[in-house]
Design a protein around this ligand. Structure first.
Ligand SMILES: Nc1ncnc2c1ncn2[C@@H]1O[C@H](COP(=O)(O)OP(=O)(O)OP(=O)(O)O)[C@@H](O)[C@H]1O
Ligand SMILES: [Mg+2]
Length: 413
């Protein structure tokens, strides 16, 4: 599809443990958000707990999703912002300090580049690399909490940055899979941060909020405060582990266990309903097998409890356990389990909502789903790489983009 001069295409590609999802957005001048013109989804094989274990199988899965998105949108997909997933990812906060360069002591973009370079000059083992850097706040001559110091005067400039790193061999495998599909990588974004991009409001990020993306093989956590990323991590357990536990507990195969999970399992059920009898047709026989709700919950509930205990421990690491005025927003396929809001509320002692991408036009029925938060967020992140040429609405964005690109050149693939 040929775009008009004031239109631009943005593409997000999320290679998850259970599904690959490709989203194509079309931004028209004057519109607040891109319109969704293509969605491609394919089941994943070749991935485990968010990382590539078989390149060839992953390539076929990505190809299937990309082909569908191309067919629907009419756009040739040869570039995208992609997701980074898996427990190999870690994050840390780091400080950088420099002396302001100009004789008249006015702080310039050049100083920001230098101070960020100082912040990312961290000791990394040979097999790890920096994936994303978020400057959180600046300090000028001891005066802290400054968001944009350019134009201010000072002698000493400090920055506090949030740095996300990943295992190089793991990232190389993913990059190779994407490359084999013929896609140029325009940025890599951690899954929970991509989900946050699609579902959080500015106000929530200001207040302090966490995104918990419960996927098939992983659960991503991102914590925001004062508008910035405070912490991010990926846990190696997801909703797929509930399926595996059911397969073992009910002595059935994984596909049947998945069907049973989707049809009968609830995250939260009314007290006193433990003896309720549930007939599971999928378990064979003429009329299926009858088990009690308690028996079913004992299997599924244990895994859910584990997931939320781990999430709570992550929040504790940054002193936000039960202390986030903006609450928790659940995304990912696991957020679709009935009753998960109530369970999460009790387990995390915080207000909880389910996050779905909203406010878009185009193919909205498909993306009105918590499992599409990360892929839609990646499409939005792709806007940094392709501003609308010459468009008035994006002139400012374009400027910011150039500044960003300049500042983060070294991290761009
Ligand atoms: N209605 C539902 N109830 C319970 N679980 C569901 C429901 N719908 C989807 N899921 C589960 O959500 C999981 C898939 O979520 P999602 O699509 O976010 O994962 P992914 O992005 O492929 O994986 P990951 O992010 O872990 O790499 C599966 O385990 C699936 O069973
Ligand atoms: Mg996912």
């Amino acid at each position: 599809m040929a775009t008009k001069p004031h239109e631009e295409i943005y593409i997000g590609l999320d290679v998850g443990s259970t599904k690959v999802c490709c989203i194509v957005g079309l931004q028209e001048e004057g519109e607040p958000t891109p319109s969704i013109i293509g969605v491609g989804v394919a089941p994943t094989s070749g991935m485990r707990k968010g990382v590539v274990v078989d390149v060839d199988e992953t390539v076929s899965s990505i190809t299937a999703a990309v082909d569908e998105a191309e067919r629907i949108s009419g756009v040739v997909i040869d570039r995208a912002t992609i997701s980074i997933d898996g427990a190999h990812v870690t994050s840390q906060n780091s400080k950088g300090v420099i002396a302001v360069g100009r004789a008249d002591q006015e702080i310039t973009v050049e100083d920001l580049n230098r101070v960020e370079e100082a912040a990312v000059a961290i000791q990394l083992p040979l097999n790890r690399q920096i994936l994303q850097v978020f400057p959180r706040s600046y300090t000028v001559d001891g005066q802290g909490n400054i968001k944009d110091p350019v134009g201010m005067n000072g002698v000493r400039l400090e920055v506090e940055s949030h740095i996300i790193t990943g295992a190089t061999p793991t990232i190389k495998k993913l990059d190779r899979s994407i490359f084999q599909v013929g896609i140029e990588i325009q940025g890599e974004v951690l899954v929970p941060l991509a989900a946050g991009r699609a579902v959080l409001t500015k106000r929530q990020k200001e207040l302090g909020v966490a995104v918990v993306d419960i996927g098939g093989g992983t659960t991503g956590v991102a914590v925001y405060e004062e508008g910035d990323v405070l912490y991010s991590s990926v846990l190696p357990v997801g909703a797929g582990h509930i399926t595996n536990d059911l397969a073992i507990g009910l002595r059935t195969d994984v596909d049947t266990a998945e069907k049973i999970k989707l049809k009968y399992v609830k995250a939260h059920y009314p007290k006193g309903s433990g003896n309720e009898k549930i007939k599971i047709e999928e378990l064979g026989g003429d009329d299926g097998t009858t088990i009690t709700r308690r028996e079913l919950q004992e299997i599924a509930g244990a895994r859910l409890d584990e997931i939320f205990k781990l999430v709570r421990a992550e929040l504790k690491k940054v002193g936000k356990d039960a202390l986030l005025p903006g609450g928790v927003v659940l995304t990912g396929g696991g957020a679709k389990m009935p009753g998960i809001e109530e369970l999460a509320k009790d387990a995390l002692r915080l207000p909880v909502t389910i996050g779905k991408p909203s406010g878009f036009s185009g193919i909205v029925d498909r993306i009105n789903d918590p499992a599409f938060a990360a892929p839609v967020g990646l499409m939005l992140e792709n806007m940094v790489y392709a501003p609308i040429p010459g468009s008035r609405t994006n002139a400012k964005l374009g400027e910011t983009v150039d500044k960003l690109k300049e500042r983060f050149k070294k991290f761009l693939p």
